[in-house]
Write a protein of this length. Structure first.
Length: 229
């Protein structure tokens, strides 16, 4: 049964609870310090590790923009916890010698953070790093989010890495965040229509569609606009 064919009373209640929790969460985080800006994107038991890693982020940023100046954040339900991370960050890349000396867990955290970079090549590099190893469940929100963006090469990269793997954990995450996921599905389609329709006229052949249906568990016929309203 497709992900969007299971809207029952239970899901309706879960949705209302999630929306209420999200509102309370966002209202309490209007002003974020540098550390909290990133730690909210990870499970609570990782806060200390993330805090330590943030100290290695460069002070220099692209266009002299500190990331907190971009107030847009992505919010998901991860297990029983509401997480939130920035839509874009503007930090220069972390020094390679610093990154290479980090543990595997630390590298995965950095890869998650930089998957939100304002630079598409940086996003691609770090999502590739993340997918090259056995990714933890707490990285799934970052993997899913990058796939509703406009760079088809990144969608292809993610699809090639996931198509032959067991993605049940990702499908469960998408099911638990079905309204956000539905919006992501619509967003992915809109980018196909705007930028890739001439190169891939048949939508059923577009890599984004294959990724969302085969790997993320979307049903083949989705009426997201009706759901969101």
């Amino acid at each position: 049964m497709g992900i969007f064919n299971k809207f029952n009373k239970k899901n309706s209640i879960k949705s209302k609870d999630s929306i209420k929790a999200k509102a309370m969460f966002l209202n309490s985080t209007n002003e974020l310090d540098r550390n909290k800006y990133f730690t909210m994107g990870f499970p609570l038991d990782m806060v200390q590790t993330v805090n330590e890693l943030i100290e290695y982020l460069p002070n220099l940023t692209k266009y002299d923009v500190w990331s907190a100046e971009n107030s847009k954040r992505i919010t998901y339900l991860l297990g029983e916890q509401i997480i939130s991370f920035p839509y874009r960050i503007y930090f220069d890349e972390i020094e390679e010698d610093v990154f290479s000396n980090m543990s595997d867990i630390e590298k995965m955290i950095i890869n998650c953070i930089y998957s939100r970079s304002c630079n598409g090549s940086v996003r691609e590099k770090h999502i590739r790093n993340l997918l090259s190893i056995e990714y933890p469940e707490w990285s799934i929100p970052y993997i899913v989010k990058i796939c509703d963006e406009y760079i088809a090469e990144i969608l292809q990269l993610v699809y090639e890495n996931l198509k032959d793997k067991n993605t049940n954990a990702i499908k469960e995450f998408c099911d638990n965040n079905y309204i956000s996921f539905c919006k992501s599905y619509d967003r992915m389609i809109s980018y196909w229509n705007e930028y890739y329709r001439w190169d891939c006229y048949r939508y059923k052949n577009y890599v984004g569609r294959k990724l969302f249906i085969e790997c993320f568990g979307a049903s083949q016929k989705i009426n997201c606009l009706k759901l969101i309203k």
